[in-house]
Ligand binder design. Structure first.
Ligand code: SDX
Length: 378
């Protein structure tokens, strides 16, 4: 084994096939089971996209109706999950709450140790239906507020916002939220998905694989970046009432200092996309609608200013987290809740990959090059 054989971070290493999605940096495109993600975001519900990722095909009207009924019936926070959340201090990170709640759901599930395709799909659907209540309750308890029960007359996105804020969100807010759920759902062998596949490859259970994936997603180099983007905006000062030019100038000053300090600026760059993240235009359009809806034009000064300053300095493009963070901020989600929102969506991609790994499994166990002391006597 020579130094050149080692691919740190598995950068550029193809380790297996997947039919779930295709990320193509050359064409800057992303396909979910062959469909361009921007086409799905323009016209499909998150429920339809979930079924597409799991089953490989868009659902028939009957298949969708059956899943919608199941999802709506599975939304309520079950007592021992709520009790487990209540044992956790409100000072802990909400990703720890999500990780714990999924573990309890695994302990609860009657099919937890059943890895048949039918059982895996049933568990995936249960997780998707139940997770919004966990995020909504955790945000509310941190504000000293109680549970808001789900409503079966609302779709997934409408109900998620209802349980979090206790009011029916405007249609344009619901649509921006739906778009974010579709865009965050799947992205081939990213760190958290690959974590789920590694855990599945040992023939461990689905909830263990999702719990591990949540741990990977928490990191700011991965899912935690959408929260970190908001911290950047807050650090620069997002609520100053000023002209877009003044905001852009402050953003440029901040970026220059960050890059001079060799900081990684959250929301920019990507291991696979090198000319921009295929999902950004669609998410940015949704952010623009939210900026108009909430009359926050000054935010564009910061947003555009940071992007221009990074482009000028290092030509590194934004990734999905960059427009997603401010969008969730405008909707009223606490910054720490942004990555749990990512979990709610990526449960679909993770579980689609778990099922794919299990269907054609090989234990994932790479090699290492030893660079410790040679054999020696005691
Ligand atoms: C997600 O993989 C996926 O598909 C993930 C994801 C998904 O949907 O699952 O798309 C979601 O995780 C998006 C990425 C969110 N993370 C961030 O926004 C964190 C900030 N980004 C960087 O940490 C970085 O861009 C990574 C980690 C995302 C990717 O980095 P790489 O491919 O490992 O490359 P690198 O860190 O070695 O950087 C190469 C060069 C370096 O410069 P030099 O040291 O060689 O001079 O580019 C620079 C880096 O310093 N660079 C950055 C930068 N990203 C790269 N410099 C400043 N800020 C950045 N954000």
């Amino acid at each position: 084994m020579t130094e050149t054989d080692i691919k740190k971070g598995l950068a550029g290493v193809v380790v297996d096939y997947t039919a779930v999605s295709k990320v193509n940096p050359d064409t800057n495109s992303l396909l979910y089971r062959g469909y361009p993600v921007q086409d799905l975001a323009a016209s499909k519900s998150f429920e339809e996209v979930a079924l597409l990722l799991w089953n490989g095909e868009l659902p028939s009207a009957g298949e969708l109706a059956d899943f919608v009924a199941l999802e709506r019936a599975g939304r309520a926070l079950v007592p021992n999950v709520k009790a487990a959340i209540d044992l956790l201090p409100t000072t802990c990170h909400p990703m720890d709450v999500g990780r714990t709640a999924v573990s309890v759901m695994g302990a609860n599930h009657p099919l937890a140790e059943d890895s048949s395709p039918e059982a895996e799909l049933a568990k995936a659907k249960d997780l998707l239906a139940a997770f919004p209540a966990i995020v909504a309750y955790d945000q509310r308890r941190r504000r000293g507020l109680g549970v808001i029960e789900p409503r079966a007359d609302l779709d997934y996105s409408q109900n998620f916002l209802w349980m979090t804020f206790g009011e029916e969100a405007a249609p344009e807010v619901v649509d921006a939220f739906r778009i974010s759920m579709v865009l965050y759902a799947e992205h081939s062998f990213n760190a958290s998905t690959f974590t789920a596949r590694v855990i599945t490859s040992t023939l461990s259970d689905l909830h263990s694989a999702v719990t591990g994936a949540i741990g990977a997603l928490k990191g700011p180099l991965h899912g935690g970046a959408n929260e970190a983007v908001m911290h950047t905006f807050e650090e620069i000062g997002i609520d100053k009432a000023e002209s877009r030019e003044d905001a852009a100038a402050r953003a440029k000053t901040w970026m220059e200092a960050a890059l001079a300090a060799k900081k990684k600026v959250m929301g920019f760059g990507h291991r696979v996309y090198k000319n921009g993240d295929s999902r950004v235009p669609t998410m940015k359009a949704a952010l623009d609608k939210m900026i108009e809806h909430y009359d926050r034009a000054e935010m564009l000064g910061l947003y555009d200013g940071l992007e221009a300053a990074m482009n000028e300095a290092k030509a590194i493009k934004p990734n999905l987290d960059y427009p997603a963070g401010p969008t969730y901020h405008l909707m009223g989600f606490d910054t720490q809740m942004f990555t749990p929102l990512f979990i709610a969506s990526r449960i679909t991609g993770w579980t689609a990959h778990i099922m794919e790994q299990r269907a054609a499994n090989a234990l994932i166990r790479p090699l290492s090059a030893y660079n410790g002391p040679e054999q020696r006597a005691l």
